[in-house]
Write a protein that binds this ligand. Sequence first.
Ligand code: Q46
Ligand code: ZN
Ligand code: ZN
Length: 316
Amino acid sequence: MRCRKCKARAVIYMRQHRLALCKDHFLEWFVKYTQETIRRYRMFTRQDRILVAVSGGKDSLALWDVLWQLGYQADGLYIGLGIDGGIQYSDRSRSLVEAFARERGLKLIVEDVREAYGEGIPEMARRSRRGRGKPCSVCGLVKRHIMNRVAREQGYTVLATGHNLDDEVAVLFGNVMTWQVGYLARQGPVLPERDGLVRKVKPLVRFYERETAAYALLRGIRYIYDECPFAQGATSIYYKELLNKLEESRPGAKLQFYLGFLRAKEQGAFAHIQEQAEEALHACEVCGQPTTAPGMCAFCRLTAPLRVSLNPPVSA
Ligand code: Q46
Ligand code: ZN
Ligand code: ZN
């Protein structure tokens, strides 16, 4: 197959766009298409200070690389989750992110959960009733809390994550399967800023996973190939497999499903539940971060016993 632009040997064929490209033209297209997504969904401008959440995986590092090439003010945030799983998952991903930042002279902020609280995600999950023993719910809570806190403390106006189309479509499918209309009303490439929550954006949301992987490989980005050990058996992975089968027989089905949803949203399909879905937020009485819970936020409740042991009360 030949590149549509220069007729050289193509390295990728994207069936949903009926587009074959060589290495150079694919890399150029990927950067331009990301910029178009940023503009189309009004994600941010050159004046914004962007904090990119980087896990060490292909998507988040590809995103940081593209934003760096486009000349945005984008710093990285790595959150050490204290996950080993027999493959030193957290240690290896941290070294890869640090090497990535060093090689490009980019600013990286590292927050390590175990260093800060004396427990990693697996231990926190064992103590918590959240997620019935599965660490992902606790992990999501901790990551959201730290991302928002760091962004606010350090004056970032936007938080960017590397979610790709496959991730978003799996979430959308799950939300539709259970008719979580509140979640559907909030799902999208941009979550606007409100009451102490920093704006969240997903600039890679129109790329299939194989495209972000191709971008990372062709750019020579070293990333962690292993999934987090706790990702196994997740419902989202099952949905991804189902949706891949659909895509095989109907190329472009995933993109169509997602973009159709966004169009319906823009036309106001969920407008009437949008307001109800946005529960009132107030400041947590311990950390000051926005929360819907009365009094203390869920993160402070989770870490309260740890804070006591880290800062024992001073006896008179
Ligand atoms: S890192 Fe955390 Fe994921 Fe691992 S424990 Fe689950 S949520 S699977 S993105
Ligand atoms: Zn070409
Ligand atoms: Zn709190």
